[in-house]
Design a protein around this ligand. Sequence first.
Ligand code: PBG
Length: 326
Amino acid sequence: MLTLASRPRRNRQSAAIRAMHAETWLAPRHFILPLFVHAGQGCEPIASMPGCERLDLDGLEREVQGAIADGIGSVVLFPAVEEALKNATGDECYNPSGIVHVAIRRLKARWPDLVVITDVALDPYNSDGHDGIVASDGRILNDETVAVLCKQAVSHARAGADIVSPSDMMDGRVGAIRAALDAEGFTGVSILAYTVKYASAFYGPFRDALASAPKFGDKKTYQMDPANRREARREVAADVSEGADMIMVKPAGPYLDVIAAVRAATDLPVAAYQVSGEYAMLKAAAQNGWLDEKKAVLESLMGIRRAGADVILTYYARQAARWLAQ
Ligand code: PBG
């Protein structure tokens, strides 16, 4: 026999002992479910995101009812908008009769305790497919965009949103949105800021879902360079000082080191977004029989939590909640 002072395997020898020592855990309350909604009739499957659909309003209600039954308490809404309603300044985004506004009112009327989160950015409404207003020379205009985002955020609050979530990556938008909300009396509406959002290839399926891909160029002048981690701390400092209530890192899986760095840089709650491309990869491998879907998905979510995320936006929210209940 070896004489060993330390035998780490002793702490792994039974399920009960392993459970005692588990440093990280998953529960449905950690998950936020992203949902796609459109103003048309019927629900349309999304080819690159099997299991996800563009929902009409009745479909949205059915989906939320199921999510609540699974133990999910919060959703974030993304609209697919008809081309005819898009323009260069994305003005449809603050139309109080717009699809997001109608959806918020319906969900909050039926489930007042449901946490309804809205996306604040112009890309679903912008005829150029960018998160900001595009100038004639192709530049994305920062301050002009922030003015529209403020109108969008206030209109969501007026419709009943609990949390607004700017995903646009314009400078100064968190502070401007906070001031605009407060000026209208919405001091209780929170801001979940996409603080550290990378210019990522993993958003491809989401842009298919919303037909919101940029019509030219890419998003690299506003979204972050995947090469950078120090820069994340700079974005965190800005959003904390501007009044963010929660900080997000996006994508999640390829950026676990960034989640850990952000966790260390702030005492605010940290969210991470397991984005459409991460979902599509797991789904495709599972459908081919190459991965055990349940084990791989729960491991991916555990990894994101272990890195430091308090909550996770994931298209697997309902399924994961059901697996955890088994
Ligand atoms: C746009 C937005 C995107 C996502 C959320 N909000 C796409 C983008 O920035 O191009 C991506 C989410 C996903 O891929 O699941 N404001």
